[in-house]
Design a protein around this ligand. Structure first.
Ligand code: WQD
Length: 326
């Protein structure tokens, strides 16, 4: 099998490429390098530089490399930015997917794994989010991911494409320091950045209906997330005609304050956090039920929060050596 991995030069994509090749799958990376880094693409894995909006270039990549499956990760993913630039997010995440699916069905590709997100749930008022929890996204980003799922499932039914929509929860960590997330848009790197400048971490609200008043999330190591893609790809190939929609999380909730305490313990920093105003649209608790992924894929997360923070910190210090405590 040879898989076209769009966004394969990105933080998550680079981990998926390595997991797929380590599992013996063929991989070709398709990435416009708008946020991806070419050096993340391993030797021996072809890189085609292009946007999924360029249907001709996508179709040529599918044909030139004899692609039999696609893992689609390329997308814009900043919630705040999506509120300011909804049309850009719909163009990149929905129209880009539509053009890709058009090329995929035209080329007779048999399997399609789609990067979706817990953002499709919006503010789920449940202890554990299952795949049947109503999807009421609160941001244009979340809307584009839900619309993307609709496109993928409808195309799968119409074209006999096996599909898997993977709803990522909160991704952190790295397989190696040079593969760490270079974006500072999520809790762990945002706290690292504050500590690096000897500034107290910010807690966006401590008056939520949770045990310590801070938001609770389901953090998943990027290596476990990548392994879930391998398991999904193999499941689609072994049983054609499948249509899977799966939460990819650990099923354990960790609060912001707990995460900051863990980060202080790993980094040796001990600046007490400052409580800042709530961030609009933040749900109090979003924690996955990971039972269906276990049942359908035989996949379960193996890494814990300590692994995520330790590996993320090693990546951070590689780029910000001044952050290491003297
Ligand atoms: C986590 C918690 C913040 C920074 C987003 C996307 C979601 C998915 C994961 C792509 C929140 C709090 C943060 C800080 C804080 N991405 N926080 N101080 O918002 O749960 O989910 O990323 O698919 O789609 O919505 O992740 O890391 O931004 O925030 O208190 O300095 O940490 O309020 O409660 P989020 P996050």
């Amino acid at each position: 099998m040879t898989w076209l991995i769009t966004g394969g030069a990105g933080y998550i994509g680079a981990h998926v490429v390595r997991a797929m090749t380590a599992a013996g799958e063929g991989a070709v990376v398709y990435d416009d390098l708008s946020t991806g880094i070419a050096e993340r693409v391993p030797d021996g894995v072809p890189l085609v530089v292009g946007s999924t909006l360029d249907g001709e270039r996508v179709a040529r990549a599918l044909a030139d490399h004899g692609i039999t499956g696609v893992v689609h990760l390329a997308a814009k993913k900043q919630v705040g930015e999506s509120v300011e630039q909804p049309l850009r997010y719909y163009r990149e995440n929905v129209e880009g997917l539509r053009v890709l699916l058009d090329a995929v069905t035209g080329a007779g590709v048999g399997a399609f794994v789609f990067s979706s997100s817990a953002a499709v749930y919006g503010m789920p008022d449940v202890d554990l989010v299952t795949e049947e929890t109503p999807c009421v996204p609160l941001s244009p980003y979340g809307e584009t991911k839900l619309a993307g799922e609709w496109l993928v499932r409808a195309t799968g039914r119409a074209a006999g494409l096996s599909t898997a929509c993977l709803r990522y929860f909160n991704v952190a960590g790295a397989a190696a320091p040079d593969l760490a997330d270079v974006g500072v848009f999520n809790l762990v790197p945002m706290v690292f950045e504050r500590l690096t400048h000897s500034a107290p971490p910010h807690v966006f609200g401590d008056d939520y209906p949770t045990p310590d008043g801070t938001c609770v999330r389901d953090y998943i190591h990027v290596v476990d997330l990548a392994e879930a893609h391998v398991a999904a790809a193999r499941t689609l190939i072994s049983s054609p005609g499948r249509a899977l929609t799966l939460n990819i999380g650990r099923g354990e909730g960790v609060s912001v304050r707990e995460m900051i305490d863990r980060i202080n313990a790993v980094t040796g920093h001990d600046l007490p956090p400052e409580v800042a105003p709530r961030r609009p649209g933040d749900p109090a608790r979003v924690v996955a039920s990971a039972e269906r992924a276990a049942a359908e894929l035989g996949w379960k997360a193996r890494h814990d929060v300590q692994d995520m923070i330790t590996s993320a910190w090693q990546g951070w210090v590689r780029l910000h050596p001044e952050a290491a405590r003297r």
